[in-house]
Design a protein around this ligand. Structure first.
Ligand code: PLP
Length: 394
């Protein structure tokens, strides 16, 4: 009899974390690696938020709290999400757990979940965990890697339970416009049993175009929307592990409450108080970080423009660019031929000591993901190494 259950044995390791671990090991071995793998802000958590965490310890926030999260935090979340009541919010250990709760609450064995690709690495594994079936819909660079209404229509079957949208997107940086969302909503109105998870963890990092929250633009779908957000990316608080879901559907909220009550109890109370301070405090820090990402985005795009035979869709949000490097597939380095994105990132790491994540991890093998949540010097050196390495391929 197998030791590990079928459900867990079927899960893939997170490739972005795996790459980050390899980088750490190389650095420990003394190799000068430039990492463009980071999936988190490189800034320190703003001082006033750190102080709120210290104050929460001093104030003895050291007991169990409500399963759904501290009321004052849920109220602060509602102030940012007009139309939601505190009872419709569940605070979890990061947006990751909030998404997983929602998937586990909604998806039964055999239910289909539409996941537009390229997409964040964890959605598909959460769907697998729930026993659901991933229906991947490949979006194209021509459509700026966004799901079109026609694609959505074609993917829906009578087993479809859920659609997962992410805007701004990891890894492409794509942001849906209001018009695009309205078209998707028109399709979804025809299918009243389909729920939509809208992952907006990068919503505060938008560079151009409409800055309308996708979940707000979908409000016509009412109870079927599960909006996900958190403090990780907005306030450089990844280690605090606070995220949440907002949903008008009581059955979904109650299910997640029960689920979380059984396997979590509540998110860390000290971290919840820090998150509350983040949401209710001055917001200048968010704009300062956003401006810094905007500068880095300009820089990395201008450097990529100097590399022949690569193309990219300009990221409109988040801190990633997802260049298509497939023109270099089929070329050789010594006896080794680069045939896919995994070969490419292994080559770049092994020969040029620059780390990025293979597009295969996100369901798009033509591309690699570069993060610009790192300083200017790293961006310059990293892209220089990529350019030199690509030009060496024969
Ligand atoms: N959603 C997306 C698209 C992400 O990229 C990430 C983290 O990388 C998460 C959710 C999870 O964020 P959290 O730190 O809040 O769990």
């Amino acid at each position: 009899m197998a030791v590990v259950s079928r459900h867990i044995a079927a899960l893939a390791e997170s490739q972005s974390f795996a790459m980050a671990q390899r980088v750490m090991q190389l650095k420990r071995d003394g190799v000068d690696v430039v990492s463009l793998t980071l999936g988190e802000p490189d800034f320190d958590t703003p001082k006033h938020i750190q102080q709120a965490a210290q104050q929460a310890i001093a104030d003895n926030y050291s007991h169990y709290g409500p399963v759904k999260g501290i009321l004052s935090l849920r109220e602060a979340i509602c102030n940012q999400m007009p139309g939601y009541m505190p009872d419709e919010i569940i605070v979890s250990v990061g947006a990751k757990q909030a998404i997983c709760n929602a998937v586990m609450a909604l998806v039964d064995e055999g239910d289909e979940v539409i996941v537009p690709t390229p997409c964040w690495v964890s959605y598909s594994e959460m769907v697998k965990l729930a026993g659901g079936t991933n229906v991947f819909v490949k979006t194209t660079a021509d459509a700026e890697y966004k799901l079109t209404a026609a694609q959505l229509c074609a993917a829906i079957t009578e087993r479809t339970k859920l659609l997962i949208l992410c805007s701004p997107n990891n890894p492409t940086g794509s942001v849906y416009t209001k018009e695009e969302i309205v078209e998707l909503v028109e399709v979804l109105k025809e299918y009243p049993n389909i729920f939509v998870i809208v992952d907006e963890v990068y919503s505060a990092i938008v560079f151009e175009g409409a800055n309308e929250l996708t979940s707000e633009s979908m409000s016509e779908l009412g109870e079927r929307i599960i909006a996900i957000n958190g403090v990780s990316k907005t306030y450089a608080m990844t280690g605090y592990r606070i995220g949440w879901m907002a949903c008008h559907n009581k059955e979904v909220i109650n299910a997640c409450d029960t689920l979380q009550g059984q396997y979590l109890t509540c998110a860390c109370m000290v971290a919840q108080k820090a998150a509350e301070a983040a949401l209710t405090g001055l917001q200048e820090c968010v704009e300062e970080m956003r401006k810094e990402y905007a500068k880095r985005r300009e820089l990395i795009l201008s450097l990529l423009d100097e590399i022949p035979d690569i193309t990219y869709v300009e990221p409109k949000g988040a801190f990633y660019v997802f260049p298509d490097v497939s023109k270099y597939y089929g070329k050789r380095f010594g006896v080794k031929t680069i045939t896919n994105s995994d070969d490419m990132v292994n080559y770049l790491l092994g020969e040029a000591h620059v780390a990025c994540v293979a597009g295969s991890a996100y369901g798009e093998d033509t591309c690699i993901r570069l993060s610009f949540a790192t300083n200017e010097a790293n961006i310059r050196e990293g892209v220089k190494r990529i350019k030199e390495a690509l030009l060496q391929l024969k």
